[in-house]
Design a protein around this ligand. Structure first.
Ligand SMILES: N[C@@H](CCC(=O)N[C@@H](CS)C(=O)NCC(=O)O)C(=O)O
Length: 205
């Protein structure tokens, strides 16, 4: 079996989490390297594009979270085989990456500037994207985003919802997503109960 090493930040979430869950679902043992933020600052130049996540397969580094998720998703049976459903899955992955990107752009801001930027984001791109993502869920049949099955897009959506519906993002109320895209509350609860998701978190304890 190949040797897998995943480098990401030391928290359960973000761009690395769908990859961790899918690796576990695929039954692949992996070295779960978790860097603190100071460690990242020190070592980032060792990574292609100076960013995480990075997956090494037998020592060869691969970057870009969605590409890695698709690859591991195929190994785990969490990526649709049908070409059209795979396209639907990719559309969701891309949109979710855009949402992450919009939020990350506000990270350097502070105080009133941060508040205004986050409020503008909720009024603008976040409203557009969560509405659009809900359309993708409806298109997928209401339970999953694509392929009538749990895919890596659902894992990424789940992580994003955990973050956005937590109330822990300054100036973004926990209820924000529910106002724009009410279907995601039950969806998030259902994805949390999926056997692959449950098994992964059980493996951490
Ligand atoms: N498009 C890349 C984005 C990678 C990325 O920006 N990762 C973040 C962490 S989630 C990072 O390393 N940020 C640190 C920085 O860019 O300074 C991907 O999807 O992997």
């Amino acid at each position: 079996m190949a040797n897998y090493k995943l480098t990401y930040f030391d928290f359960n979430g973000g761009r690395g989490e769908p990859i961790r869950i899918a690796l576990h679902a695929a039954g692949l043992e992996f070295d779960d390297v978790r860097w603190s933020f100071p460690e990242f600052a020190e070592k980032r130049e060792s990574l292609r594009f100076s960013a995480v996540p990075a997956l090494e397969i037998d020592g060869a580094m691969i970057t870009q979270s969605n590409a890695i998720s698709r690859y591991v998703g195929k190994l785990a049976g969490m990526y649709p085989e049908d070409a059209l459903q795979a396209l639907y899955c990719d559309e969701a992955l891309g949109a979710l990456e855009d949402v992450t990107h919009y939020l990350v752009q506000t990270f350097p801001l502070e105080g009133e500037e941060l508040k205004q930027a986050r409020e503008a984001l909720m009024e603008g791109r976040l409203a557009v994207f969560f509405k659009g993502l809900e359309e993708l869920l409806v298109r997928g049949g209401g339970k999953y985003l694509a392929g009538q099955m749990l895919t890596v897009a659902d894992l990424k959506m789940f992580g994003l919802l955990q973050n956005f519906r937590s109330g822990n993002i300054d100036h973004i109320p926990a209820k924000f997503v529910d106002r724009i895209a009410p279907l995601f509350a039950d969806y998030q609860a259902a994805i949390a109960q999926e056997p692959q998701v449950q098994a992964y978190y059980a493996s951490l304890t």
